[in-house]
Design a protein around this ligand. Structure first.
Ligand SMILES: Nc1ncnc2c1ncn2[C@@H]1O[C@H](COP(=O)(O)OP(=O)(O)O)[C@@H](O)[C@H]1O
Ligand SMILES: [Mg+2]
Length: 237
């Protein structure tokens, strides 16, 4: 199994404060990999350092074998490494469709804009119904659909999603997870950061547990879900 994304010894932080202490993580092509851990463990920082919005201090990030550690976030996105950031960061005053079009900024994605838009509307019919509505007036669940849809418009080879279900009702979270599963079945490689450890482990193939900026536990999700420590600390069992 070749790795779509290979992170080795990643260290990063903010100012003088080190947050990541050598994160090793790999994302297999065509699989759903999940990164879980307590609040403040460094999950978001890991995704930012991979993307390059936070500068990696040490270590490397390889994308389909190519060292991309010090490439700009923009270049990485153009190569197909796409992040749906925590907090969605939509353009509130723009319509649903304008937000989706903003996702297709690379020449490659521009070329496939019409086909990708169709695909996003097939996945999320709700977005098509609301294509002319301003993003800021959508419900939380619809905004998260839009954030994922915008990520898909960039034509990702690897889609990283930071906190898919945060703040959503359980039934909406379930439905979004269903959509992710569908995307995986269509061949998309996904790295998911998720607060809902139970759902994340149930739906992903492989899992990493991050604690204090280090990978504490890793393995096939089914095995990680049976791990005593994980059950006690994250599943409340
Ligand atoms: N922009 C920032 N500036 C300074 N410290 C930050 C910033 N973002 C996160 N941190 C700190 O980095 C640590 C890890 O945070 P984060 O990566 O957001 O964790 P998680 O996503 O796992 O909840 C926390 O101690 C947090 O306070
Ligand atoms: Mg976070």
């Amino acid at each position: 199994m070749s790795a779509a994304l290979e992170i080795r010894g990643l260290e990063a932080g903010y100012g003088e404060v080190q947050v990541l202490w050598g994160v090793d993580l790999s994302v297999a092509e065509g699989r759903m990999t999940t990164l879980v851990g307590a609040n403040g463990a460094g999950k978001t920082t890991t995704l930012r350092a991979v993307m390059g919005t936070v500068r990696p201090w040490k270590g490397s990030v390889r994308f389909y074998g190519e060292d991309v550690t010090h490439l700009s976030p923009h270049t990485k996105a153009q190569m197909g490494l796409v992040l749906v950031p925590e907090g969605r960061q939509l353009f509130a005053d723009m319509t649903v469709e304008e937000n989706l079009e903003m996702g297709a900024y690379s020449p490659r994605a521009r070329k496939n804009l019409a086909a990708n838009l169709k695909r996003v509307y097939q996945l999320f019919p709700r977005l098509e119904e609301r294509r002319a509505q301003r993003a800021g007036t959508l419900s939380g669940g619809e905004q998260q659909m839009l954030a994922v849809g915008r990520g898909l418009m960039a034509d990702p080879r690897v889609l990283m999603i930071d906190e898919l279900s945060l703040g959503l009702a359980p039934v909406l979270a379930q439905s979004l997870f269903g959509t992710l599963k569908q995307l995986k079945e269509q061949g998309l490689t996904i790295l998911l950061v998720e607060q809902n450890v139970h759902l994340a482990l149930a739906l992903s193939d492989y899992a990493y547990v991050l604690a204090e900026g280090r990978v504490q536990i890793e393995g096939p999700s089914r095995e990680v879900a049976r791990n005593e420590e994980v059950r006690r600390a994250y599943l409340g069992i």
